[in-house]
Each structure stands twice: as C-alpha cells, then as structure tokens.
Design a protein around this ligand. Structure first.
Ligand code: NAD
Length: 487
C-alpha cells in the first residue's frame, strides 16, 4: 500500500530514482487541497543524466527490427491496460477531471501505441530518377534523442501516447511530465522500466523553466516536441534557437469557434455547444469550442438552452461517476478563471451562468461553469484562451460576419461547424482558420488524421503518419553505376 504522501520516483537509465538535488514537488488533490504525493524536482544534472542514458541506448534500440520495436510498444499498451484502474484512480484525483470520461484516456493511449506500432514499415525513403543509370535514393534516419514536454490536462495519455512515434522511428526519448498532476508519470515510469531496455525511455519530472528548459537546451536533443501554452511554446523556440539548430514542433492553445448554421435545431445547437466545451475536464482542453457563434434570429433561444444545460451540470467529486464537472486543476488555473470572469465583466459581456466559486465546497479549486452572452470580438474574453469552463456566446448577422469573428484571434487550432447545408459547411470549412475542423461534430480525435494548429496554435501535426516521419531526418544517397568488374 502506498502512504498518502508517497514519494514517487522518476525514470532515468532504467532506474526509478530521485533527483540528485534531493528536492521534491508536491501535488495536491484539487478537489480537497489534500496532499496526494510528490515527484522529484529534477534539475539540469538529472536532465543531462537522462539525455546521456538515452544517447547510449539509442543505437541498440534503432538496430532492432521494426517488429521488435512494435512489440515493445504493444507491451507498453498491455501493461497500461493491466494497470488501467490504478492509473484512472490516480489521474482523476491528481487532475480533478471526472472519472466517467477519463476512462477513455488509458484506452486512447493504448490505441495510439498500437497505431504507431503498426506503421513502422511506412518509414520509407524514395528512389528518384535524377540521372540515367544511377540510383538516387533517400533513407529516413532517427534524430537520436527526442525531448517531449507534456501538459497537465491529460498527463498520462499525452506522456504514454506521444512516445510512440519517436520510439517507432528509432529514437530514444526523454519525457518531461507536467509539474501540476505529475503523479501518473510514476506509474508510467515503473511500466517503462519493465518494458524497455534501460535508457530508451526516460521520464524526468520537475519544473518547466528548470527541467523542461534544460531538456530543450541540451545539445544532444535536436528534436523537441511540445504540447502546452503559446507562452511556453515561444520560450521553447527561443531557448532552442539560443542553443542549437533544432527541429521544434508545437501543439499549443486554442480559442476555438463553433459556427452554428441558421438551419440547426436550437436544442441540437445548445447540446453541441455544451459538449464542445469539455466541462468533464472543466474546459481545460485545447480543442474546447469556447466561442459559439449563433445567428441573430435564433440567438435568444439557443442561449437560453445553453444556460439551462450549463446550470444543470452536476459539480462534484471527480471520482463519482455521476459528476459532470470537477475542480480546476490547480490554484493557478482557478485564479486564471476568476481573473478572466472579471475581465469579461469589465469588457461589458453579460454574465448569464456561473461566474463564481460554488458555495458548497469549503476547500478545493472549484469554479462554476460559466457563460457570457453579448460577447463580441473586441473583448479579451472572446480573443484569449481561458483554458477553463468559460463559454462565450456571440451573435452574427451573415455567414461572412461569422467567419470574420471566427478568425479574429491569434489562435487556429480547432473549429466546429453545425449545419445540414452542404454549401454552407464547405463555405465555412474553407474559410475558417483552423488546423482541425469538425462538421456536425466536436471534440473527437481520430488516429491517422493530422491534428495540430495554424497561426499561434502551433506548428507541426500529430496523431498521423506525418508525426511518425517528423521524428526522422532524410539522408540522400547516390549510387553511381559503373561497369561491372569481371574476374
Ligand atoms: P504550460 O505551457 O504551462 O506547460 C506545459 C509543459 O511545459 C509542462 O510540462 C511545463 O512544465 C513545461 N514548461 C513550462 N515552462 C517551460 C520552459 N520554459 N521550458 C520548457 N518546458 C516548460 O501548459 P499547461 O498549463 O500545462 O497546459 C495548458 C496549455 O496546453 C493550454 O494552452 C492548452 O491549450 C495547451 N494544450 C494544447 C494541446 C494541443 O494538442 N494543441 C493539448 C493540450 C493542451
């Protein structure tokens, strides 16, 4: 049995270990503020140990047959499946995300591992008829050591699933889990120790500006893949550029629009708007459609239904299957939401649901699900990512005004379009600035289809063959034809 304030190690070079500095980072249950456990606060020396171990392990890992690498990924998936209940319990406590929908996270990680395990033989080069008689071809080779940095909203799912592509491509990896909700990384560390040769997978916990920064700056880490905020993405690009020529891909935030066509049933539109917000994790989802654009003619009716549905959401213990929304992930997240609610009011938006801390919880980082009406794109609440349970409802008069509003932010991650009018769906889908567009749907991800953002929402695509290939570099080989030398 684990003690309530268990110290959970990280994984470096096949060993579960503490940090050399001996510092620990505590994690609290966001529903109660009770301590849950702690992880090592790694420093630069720990990161260097991990990168050195990965550098040593990578050649042998890369020398394995594709089928052997695939078998390791599938073993990881199986081990995750065997410990799914334990991971779920820990993850729900540590993140505050509600249990019913969090059941998907381990399953999603296993599917992604399986998907990339099956793609190894797609790491193909080309032959190019560049000159007569000779052979011009390309090979795809791994970078060596890849650094992956992941956010707090789905820590296990991101850490486990996003190591699949770099490993399958023959890289060794150092993962930096989030400092908020880091505990599930320790279960992943135990599993990876048992599944992979030492050094192939390293999990180094700690603060972003310390451990994360050291990873980005390490000269042996040429390929960095990041999921998190725009602000940190920019810091990573700067740090990378200061220390080397590096390939950095960024999956960043969003202020995603949902465009409702005039033909849509108001009840359907309201249900989609609420579903698109991902209240099950308190709106803390990069893909949440936090701006709903509704035609003027049906605005009042859709708004009324959204407010009724949001007011009816059951806030409660995230471990209770009946709960539809839990606490914010951390005090910092809660403070951010409180700040943005004040900003919305100052901007002149109309608070029509929530907007306060719920009275029934004495402790914890709770906030009511919140709706602002009368929002327009001059307001910060409409342009900036809250990453919380705050939905803005905007009105539009014609289809072009809807597109202009949809595009009036620095972000361009996802967009949802609701309409049965195919012409309108195509008109909006072509014009909306987003990397991932759902028509008559929201929130879903589909393995094999590229996910990622345009504008400041990022650079690079994941969850598809392109992600796998992005962990390789091309080498061009010219074989010149000569007369055969006969004996
Ligand atoms: P964050 O940027 O604060 O932190 C993300 C990770 O970066 C953490 O592991 C953190 O420790 C690390 N980090 C922080 N500073 C660093 C630095 N200077 N150098 C290196 N690493 C550093 O983000 P967050 O609050 O954990 O997550 C929320 C953000 O993530 C939101 O903006 C959300 O939209 C975004 N997100 C994007 C996607 C996507 O796929 N596009 C998915 C989930 C979350």
């Amino acid at each position: 049995m684990q003690t309530p304030f268990h110290q959970r190690p990280m994984l470096i070079d096949g060993e579960l270990c503490a940090g050399t500095g001996g510092e620990w980072l505590a994690s609290v249950d966001p529903a109660t503020e009770e301590p849950l456990g702690s992880v090592p606060a790694a420093d630069g020396a720990d990161v260097r140990r991990a990168v050195d171990a990965a550098s040593r392990a990578q050649p042998a890992w890369n020398a394995l047959a594709m089928a052997q690498r695939a078998e390791h990924l599938r073993s990881l998936g199986r081990a995750l499946g065997e410990r799914a209940d334990q991971i779920l319990d820990l993850e729900v406590r540590d993140t505050g995300n509600t249990i019913t929908k969090m059941r998907r996270d381990v399953a999603s990680a296993i599917r992604t591992l399986d998907y990339f395990a099956g793609l190894g033989l797609e790491i193909k080069g080309e032959t190019v008829p560049a000159s007569p008689g000779n052979l011009h071809l390309t090979l795809r080779e791994p970078y060596g050591v890849v650094g992956r940095i992941v956010p707090f909203n789905h820590p296990l799912m991101f850490a486990a699933s996003r190591i699949a592509a770099p490993l399958m491509a023959g890289n060794a990896i150092v993962v930096k889990p989030p400092e908020s909700s880091p505990l599930s990384a320790s279960v992943l560390a135990e599993i990876c120790r048992d599944v992979f040769p030492p050094g192939v997978v390293n999990l180094v916990t700690g603060l972003g500006p310390v451990a994360g920064d050291a990873l980005v700056r390490h000269p042996a880490v040429k390929r960095i893949a990041f999921i998190g905020s725009v602000q940190t993405g920019l810091a990573i690009q700067r740090a990378a550029a200061e220390t080397g020529v590096k390939h950095v891909t960024l999956e960043l935030g969003g202020k995603n629009p949902m465009l409702v066509g005039p033909d849509v049933d108001p009840a359907e539109a309201a249900a989609a708007a609420v579903a698109g917000m991902n209240f099950a994790w308190q709106g803390q989802s990069c893909g949440s459609t936090s701006r709903v654009l509704v035609p003027e003619s049906m605005y009042d009716e859709v708004l009324e239904r959204i407010v009724a549905a949001v007011d009816a959401l059951r806030l409660g213990d995230p471990r209770d299957p009946a709960s539809e929304m839990g606490p914010m992930n951390s005090r910092a997240q809660l403070d951010k939401v409180v700040r943005y609610v004040a900003v919305g009011r100052e901007d002149g938006a109309q608070l029509v649901a929530g907007g306060a801390r719920p009275a029934q919880f004495e402790r914890g980082f709770w906030h009511q699900p919140t709706v602002f009406a009368g929002v327009d794109m001059t307001m910060r609440i409409a342009r900036e990512e809250v990453f919380g349970p705050v939905l803005c409802v905007l009105r539009y008069r014609d289809v072009d005004e809807a597109v202009a509003a949809a595009n009036a932010t620095r972000y361009g991650l996802t967009a949802a379009i609701l309409t049965r009018d195919l012409d309108l769906a195509l008109y909006w889908a072509r014009r909306v600035q987003a990397g991932y567009v759902w028509v008559n749907g929201q929130s879903g991800h589909f393995a094999g289809t590229p996910f990622g953002g345009v504008k400041d929402s990022g650079t690079g695509r994941e969850e598809n063959l392109g992600e796998l290939l992005s962990y390789t570099e091309t080498k061009t080989l010219h074989l010149f034809a000569r007369e055969p030398a006969w004996p």
